[in-house]
Design a binder for this molecule. Sequence first.
Ligand code: C5P
Length: 296
Amino acid sequence: MSSLRLEACCKINLCLEVLGPRSDGYHDLTTVFQAVSLADEVSVETRDERGTTLDVVGGGAPPGRGNLCWQAAKAYRRERKWPEGAHIELVKRVPSGAGLGGGSSDAAAVLRALALMDPEPLRLADARRMAIELGSDVPFFLRGGTSIAYERGDDVRQLLDLAPCGIVLVKPDFEIATADAYGMLSEADFTDGFRTAEMATAIDDSQDIAAVSELVYSAFARPLTERWPVLGELKQRLLDAGALAAEVSGSGSALFGLFEQPKHAERAVTELARAGFWARAAEPAGMAGEPIERTE
Ligand code: C5P
């Protein structure tokens, strides 16, 4: 029996363009993903008894089979016929239904943990295939950092790391289901991916936060803000607090603000929290890191 504890960072979408619907019920998109330091903690322990068990500490994530972590462990055990059993402890800090990828990141952390403990580690291509089956964002979280993604969001290519900056995450008191947000898009929200390509070039050329901020965009901004005007108000609050750019993350309901100075981000969080919103100051995270703790 061995165990391993990993951080599971969340993400924002610095640019998210939806190209249009696909024949499989998904949408083609191009997006720049940025891993963010706010993280859940995932501990995985291999066991001799068959089965997968899961304890969730904090947050509103579902226990048992309904949790993507549980499904990730089951998929790994089925693929590799190893281990006999696994126990997962998930400490939730990233809110669910927020477009921050918390559940996807937790699932990717389970795959990474098991691959690190496996006497015959899974090949990267197999891990990627399993990740796609778990969710469109899961492949990004296998590596994290700064990336551009295509197709369902699962065809991921690494970019250079974004320059250090302050990131504010803020969430109103409701969640948005991803499928519902996609259902709110209309023809006019579909674009050609040019803006995302331009942002990827800006990041690889200079990693400069001011240049990147000018290209921040989300196809979901129009429909979500029309349906929930508070999202527009929160965007304005972030800009008033000095954000270079602010936008909804993924399919919402959280927004992010980019700040040149981390101390300005912290001040914005204090103001937003005082107004009653869930808000956190964070920073860009690099590629998925080493385990926090390991026991053989
Ligand atoms: O892949 P994931 O499970 O996160 O997707 C949840 C839902 O979001 C899908 O069932 C689909 O309705 C929508 N979606 C989409 N196009 C994508 C990703 C997600 O339409 N590229």
